[in-house]
Design a protein around this ligand. Structure first.
Ligand code: NAP
Length: 290
């Protein structure tokens, strides 16, 4: 066995902090990628209990942990403990990737780039298109900012809590010169063709897989492409309905996968060769039926 196949004194340690994190696929993605590229690194899950974030970060820094991903519920809470935040993280107000810097961890948001890469992989265009976003939470912020950055024709936001949709539409408008509206499905213009509908709520996530934020099947007749950020189940009721109506459908695995690739690239200051990306994507998709 070569030295890179085992943990030794030079192994760089990375990890994931969140709570709960038992079902994460991130260690599999990062450790497989490290093995493919022959990097002497290891990526481990750290389940951080409520109230323990500050101590966890201080400890991680002292333990020379090189980088971490951050997941629910700490993507926003982590920001005050960072030395600075970069790129999309500033617009989104949430961080999912930390890289060790001289004076602390630097925060990035690779969810936005992960979603964009997944759309590119599926040949879904944003420029000049009508985009609808269902939800106004953290994932919706990433979806809204990244689509706004690609010159769409307009963005329409629908959320259970209308005030949050309003807040998100104002946030997008403060960063991008793109028409953004919010409202309900019923208040949407009847002739509005939705080129791309991005479902960002947690409705439909296992074990609630018999639920969909949209119950009116007729809605899908005006949708071209439907993306659900959920990947567990791999086909939500939302996607099933969209597919039945003839829409192109994409689940959230691609976003998860490409946010991980981007984090790996930030940590190692490299571009992962496309050959490895394709190979790993297909292997994981098949292994986990995604
Ligand atoms: P969040 O910040 O808590 O936002 C949750 C969103 O879901 C809000 O818009 C909320 O509406 C809505 N919602 C929750 N329960 C609802 C219900 N019963 N009916 C209608 N709307 C409801 O969560 P998040 O971080 O954005 O995550 C949302 C989803 O995205 C999760 O399923 C997560 O797994 C997924 N995600 C996937 C990836 C990926 O890589 N594929 C990355 C990030 C997130 P209100 O504002 O009205 O509460």
């Amino acid at each position: 066995m070569k030295h890179v196949d085992i943990v030794n004194g030079s192994t760089k340690v990375y990890g994931l902090i969140g709570h709960p994190i038992k079902h994460t696929l991130s260690p599999i993605i990062h450790n497989t990628l490290a093995k493919m590229l022959k990097y002497n690194m290891i990526y481990v899950p750290f389940d951080v209990p409520s109230g323990g974030l500050r101590e966890a970060l201080t400890g991680a820094y002292q333990l020379n942990i090189q980088g971490m991903n951050v997941t629910v519920p700490y993507k926003q809470e982590v920001i005050p403990f960072l030395s600075k935040i970069e790129g999309y993280a500033n617009q989104i107000g949430a961080v999912n990737t930390l890289k060790r810097g001289k004076d602390g961890y630097i925060g990035y948001n690779t969810d936005a780039e992960g979603l964009l890469q997944s759309l590119i992989q599926n040949e879904i265009r944003i420029s000049g298109k009508n985009i609808m976003i269902i939800g106004a939470g953290g994932a919706a912020r990433a979806a809204a900012m990244v689509t706004a950055s690609q010159n769409p024709k307009q963005i329409y936001i629908v959320n259970r809590t209308k005030e949050k949709a309003e807040e998100l539409s104002k946030a997008v408008s403060s960063h991008y010169d793109v028409p953004v509206q919010y409202g309900s499905l019923h208040s949407m213009d009847k002739d509005f063709i939705v080129d791309l509908c991005i479902q960002t709520t947690s409705v439909g996530l296992l074990p609630g897989n018999d639920q969909s934020p949209i119950t009116d099947e007729a809605f899908f007749s005006r949708v071209q492409a439907a993306v659900d950020l959920i990947y567990n189940p791999s086909e939500t009721l939302f996607l099933k309905m969209a597919k039945k109506s003839g829409c192109k459908t994409v689940n959230g695995f691609g976003m998860l996968f490409f946010q991980a690739i981007r984090a790996f690239e930030i940590w190692n200051e490299i571009t992962v060769p496309p050959m490895y990306i394709d190979q790993l994507f297909e292997a994981l998709k098949n292994e986990f039926n995604l």
